[in-house]
Design a protein around this ligand. Structure first.
Ligand SMILES: [Zn+2]
Length: 210
């Protein structure tokens, strides 16, 4: 039994304030939203960009500030490709285990490298007090959680299970999480092409988060 939900339950989404988003209202549309956390990575991220380009797909990349500082050219490649970037803190901090002042400063530090009004807390772990402080500092920001976790970070699942996790649950409006990281590579590089093919076969558009 894994310690996370592949599909975020509706009742759970309801426990959180309005500024925290779990999916995108689709109003009968045909768009899905792929997201990639923890990059940019000098090898994995350009590979993802290539896969997306083959399907004319755009995605949102929640970048770790420290990685952007190390690989600015890869970050630029994301923007040049028409993708969207988001803030994922500077050091991939776990909000539950981090003092709020430190947490907020780490987000500001990342914001000096990442030009974005989107934020996703690493591990999905942000305390309500931290969330409120963040919204107070940046009332035009959106905090994006997710609808579906591929599980590509989970070393106990196979790449096929990982693709299956997404394919079993994805529908228009879904926000799906992958990772452009070394840790996820073994599963992600097999699961992502399957998911792209699945979405393309349904004529779903893959776009950046609004
Ligand atoms: Zn992360």
């Amino acid at each position: 039994m894994s310690s996370y939900w592949v599909k975020t339950p509706e009742w759970f989404k309801c426990l959180f304030p309005d500024g925290m988003k779990w999916d995108v209202p689709h109003n009968g549309g045909d768009t899905v939203y792929l997201t990639f956390d923890d990059g940019p990575h000098p090898v994995v991220t350009p590979w993802v960009i290539e896969q997306l380009a083959a399907y004319n797909a755009k995605a949102t990349f929640f970048c770790v500030g420290n990685n952007v500082a190390r690989y600015p050219a890869v970050y630029d490649q994301l923007l040049d490709g028409g993708h969207r970037v988001g803030n994922h803190t500077y050091n991939h901090l776990n909000g539950w285990r981090t003092d709020s002042g430190h947490y907020l400063r780490n987000i500001s530090q990342a914001a000096r490298h990442i030009d974005s009004r989107l934020f996703r807390p690493p591990y999905g772990r942000i305390r309500m007090s931290q969330f409120r402080k963040l919204m107070k500092q940046h009332d035009d920001w959106a905090v994006y959680m997710w609808d579906i976790l591929s599980g590509d970070f989970d070393t106990t699942v196979t790449p096929e299970q990982c693709a299956g996790n997404v394919i079993a649950h994805i529908h228009p409006g879904s926000v799906v999480v992958f990772h452009d990281s070394e840790k996820a590579w073994e599963r992600m590089h097999i699961a992502l092409p399957q998911v792209l093919a699945y979405c393309a076969a349904r004529n779903w558009r893959m776009e950046v988060l609004p």
